[in-house]
Design a protein around this ligand. Structure first.
Ligand SMILES: Cc1cc2nc3c(=O)[nH]c(=O)nc-3n(C[C@H](O)[C@H](O)[C@H](O)COP(=O)(O)O)c2cc1C
Length: 222
């Protein structure tokens, strides 16, 4: 499965089967995680076979069931930590999808204190991503009116349209889709709206846009 297909097929899944993630799949995830940490300076950790972080009431209210694996998104405190975590975390989400796994970003409904992670004092656990074989493949989220996200013009190139389509399929907190996309020639600006987790969402959306549009076709402007 390529990454475009992974974008199309990914939906949040909160209920998982008992099937263990096999050794080969774990190694692929761990190796990509190591590569991402080297590139980004983040300290992302993947925890396998641990039921505790999703064992409490919070997870129950968040309708999570049988979460046994998760990706802990950790990095040094800084002004761009949220966006960075969004961007690189989504790369792991899409890799997981290509490996036949299901995921869900989780900012609230888990037990932070029970996470089996190693963290330095200057670091922060931003959120986690549940990981495993889903009881279902999830369902497509409702989309905002595309005109609220981007003003298309007749001469928009195909890569831009593909980028916007992929961005619309990105997971966002509470499915808020609070972002806007602008293009000037090959310069693209994605602007985060105000509110909770919109910086995190921004990183996720940028990851999707980049895959849909093709990195070689454009540059992001901050
Ligand atoms: C940053 C972030 C935080 C999220 N936190 C939670 C959460 O705490 N609990 C939960 O059940 N879902 C959470 N979600 C999942 C969203 O509700 C979900 O991505 C959104 O409804 C879109 O659906 P989709 O992922 O199936 O496309 C979160 C998603 C993101 C991107």
């Amino acid at each position: 499965m390529n990454l475009i297909k992974a974008i199309e097929e990914r939906h949040s899944v909160r209920s998982y089967t008992d099937r263990k993630i096999d050794k080969k799949t774990r190694e692929k995830l761990l190796s990509e995680c190591e590569k991402i940490n080297r590139e980004s300076g983040l300290n992302i950790q993947i925890v396998f076979d641990d039921k505790e972080a999703f064992g409490g009431l919070m997870a129950h209210y968040g309708s999570f069931k049988n979460v046994q694996n998760y990706i802990a998104l950790i990095g040094e405190k800084s002004s761009d930590l949220q966006e960075k975590v969004g961007y690189f975390g989504e790369k792991l989400v899409l890799l997981a999808q290509t490996l036949g796994l299901n995921t869900c970003w989780v900012a609230l409904t888990y037990n932070k204190k029970k996470c089996k992670i190693n963290m330095n004092e200057n670091e922060k656990l931003v959120c986690v991503i549940s990981l495993g074989y889903g009881e279902t493949m999830g369902i497509q989220h409702k989309n905002k009116d595309i005109n609220k996200i981007c003003t298309f013009s007749k001469d928009d190139p195909e890569w831009f349209k593909q980028g916007v389509m992929s961005a619309m399929l990105a997971p966002t907190a509470m499915n808020q889709q609070k972002f806007k996309i602008e293009r000037n020639d090959n310069i693209v600006k994605i602007i985060a709206g105000a509110g909770f987790y919109t910086k995190l969402d921004l990183g996720i959306v940028k990851c999707h846009f980049e895959i849909g549009a093709g990195k070689e076709n454009f540059e992001f402007k901050n």
